[in-house]
Design a protein around this ligand. Structure first.
Ligand SMILES: [Zn+2]
Ligand SMILES: [Zn+2]
Length: 394
């Protein structure tokens, strides 16, 4: 370890121990950190030039990531900045003096790296001015359009290289599904716009957090695509979800075995009852764990009944919900799982969120005359007086 680094370490330690954090100027502290980031970039670039990573049998990026305990993206960024700062003395000086921050210097270095491909040089003084004048986001936008203007072919190549990085994962974990991935700009923008449109609060008492609404939006989008029946068939079967349950499980009887979406993923009887509202039921008879008979799958609500229901309603039946009826599914006011008939009077279109609220959330739908009333569960509103002539449906 060099003496200089020891001096820096002890200065940092002394500062941390003795400084009164209430009086530290964050702007100046940030400038010091950014300056040191610039130094780190030059140090790792020097190590790459010496071939330290080759001795370790790693790529330069992996070596930096492992050595400095950072992500590969961060490591690749430091290597780019280190290499470009050598050829841009004015940018290096602006970073050291705190004139521009590290992130702005990084944007400028990446731009220079891109235009290097066609032997172009950026105007350092002008870009320092840009970094001081514009927000980081605007600076990035200007850098991207400059790159595109200077080298459209290189830009296009890079976009296609980026496109190769697209990936999507969905895996089951702890009774939930986890999704993760990278989408190309067009796909990501399309998904974001669809999610944004579906993630708005539904009604005035929507208590879901924004992140919960976004998760529900993705589920709703998927259900809608499945229901539309336009997704290509797999093995001549329309994509769908299958629930394995028992008659007792469907009724939610005590002691019934848990219903499963797939082996090892149990779901509650309330969810089963919701899915039974608008799904297809098919009877499977088993004896000694062997399937002995499979009945024909029959829809709980016929296409004609669904069309009639859609003709009577324009939106979800929950008060204040504006989800169009084509985005709803038919709920049986007297639960289907408890023998409720699939008659128009017993059916009500509900969006995914409100359908869930009625089954899993234990809101009650009460028929009152020609209309219906929604009543929150007891623990939300402790006392509710039942109006005369009102029939409790579920
Ligand atoms: Zn239902
Ligand atoms: Zn709704």
């Amino acid at each position: 370890m060099s003496d200089e680094l020891e001096t820096l370490e002890s200065a940092a330690r002394d500062f941390e121990l003795s400084a009164d954090f209430d009086f530290v100027d964050p702007k100046r502290l940030s400038a010091v950190i950014d300056r040191l980031q610039g130094v780190l970039c030059r140090v790792v670039d020097g190590a790459r030039s010496r071939g330290d990573h080759l001795l370790a049998g790693q790529s330069a990026c992996s070596w930096v990531a492992n050595t400095c305990a950072m992500s590969k993206n961060a490591a690749s960024d430091r290597l780019c900045v280190g290499a470009q700062l050598k050829t841009m003395p004015r940018i290096a000086q602006a970073l050291s003096s705190g004139e521009i921050g590290y992130q702005a210097a990084s944007v400028i270095c990446h731009l220079q790296e891109h235009v290097n491909e066609i032997g172009a040089r950026i105007d350092e003084e002008m870009w320092i001015g840009n970094a001081r004048k514009f927000s980081l986001k605007d600076l990035k936008d200007i850098a991207v359009s400059t790159w595109h203007g200077v080298d459209p072919e290189g830009f296009c190549r890079a976009v296609e290289e980026n496109f190769e990085r697209r990936q999507f994962f969905i895996s089951e974990s702890g009774g939930m599904f986890r999704v993760d991935g990278w989408l190309d700009p067009e796909g990501g923008a399309a998904l974001e716009s669809a999610i944004d449109a579906l993630a708005k609060p539904l009604g005035s008492d929507d208590r879901r957090t924004p992140r919960q609404r976004r998760a529900d939006a993705l589920t709703e989008l998927t259900h809608h695509a499945l229901q539309a029946g336009t997704i290509p068939r797999r093995n001549r079967v329309r994509p769908h979800i299958t629930v394995h349950t028992t008659v007792e499980g469907l009724k939610g009887e005590l002691g019934a075995a848990a219903s499963e979406l797939q082996p090892g993923m149990p779901i509650s009887s309330k969810t089963v009852q919701r899915l039974a509202c608008d799904g297809m039921l098919s009877r499977v008879l088993k004896a000694d764990s062997q399937v002995v008979d499979v009945g024909r799958a029959t829809p709980n609500v016929s296409p004609a009944q669904w069309r009639a229901l859609k003709a009577r309603h324009r939106t979800c039946g929950f008060p204040g919900c504006d989800r169009p009826v084509s985005w709803t599914s038919p709920h049986h006011i007297e639960f289907r799982a408890r023998g409720g008939p699939s008659t128009l009077r017993n059916l009500l279109p509900l969006c995914h969120h409100h359908h869930r609220l009625v089954h899993e959330g234990e809101w009650q739908v009460v028929q009152a005359g020609e209309g219906v009333t929604f009543i929150p569960p007891d623990h939300e509103i402790p006392r509710r007086v039942r109006s005369p002539g009102v029939r409790w449906a579920a």
